[in-house]
Ligand binder design. Structure first.
Ligand SMILES: N=c1c2ncn([C@@H]3O[C@H](COP(=O)(O)OP(=O)(O)OP(=O)(O)O)[C@@H](O)[C@H]3O)c2ncn1[C@@H]1O[C@H](COP(=O)(O)O)[C@@H](O)[C@H]1O
Length: 105
């Protein structure tokens, strides 16, 4: 999965400065970080609706949209996907319950 996400992140990064008429990604990036965040939010809501309706096929497509728009948002924010993957890696083996308890002190 990371390979597909890494390839897609590289494609999105390469679209920075490309012709917005030729690339949807470039057109989205040209609109700025706030617009990219808005699109990510819209796609997340669509995924939520599919999940709430028990629409597994719909959720599969919406989840792909969410991942694509998250990668666009990261690119627009100059946050490398590698940093996100590293953060996930450091959490490996730590239960969410344990992490939450540690945060509360
Ligand atoms: N994975 C995706 C991907 N997933 C979703 N989308 C687009 O995201 C948009 C979201 O759908 P919406 O209906 O919400 O958007 P819209 O109403 O068409 O557009 P807005 O005016 O609201 O922004 C659609 O236009 C989808 O085609 C994607 N566009 C591109 N990619 C990947 O990005 C690569 C580069 O794409 P380009 O930059 O277009 O060359 C492609 O080869 C794909 O691998």
């Amino acid at each position: 999965m990371s390979d597909i996400l890494r390839d897609l992140a590289a494609t999105i990064e390469a679209r920075k400065g490309s012709d917005p008429a030729a690339s949807y990604t470039a057109s989205l990036l040209a609109k700025g970080r706030s617009k990219c965040a808005e699109k990510f939010g819209e796609e997340a809501v669509e995924a939520i609706i599919s999940a709430a309706e028990g629409d597994r096929e719909g959720l599969t497509g919406e989840a792909a949209d969410v991942l694509y728009h998250l990668l666009v948002l990261l690119a627009a924010s100059d946050v490398p996907l590698e940093d996100v993957l590293s953060t996930l890696a450091t959490r490996k083996g730590t239960s969410g319950h344990a992490e939450k308890a540690a945060r509360k002190g």
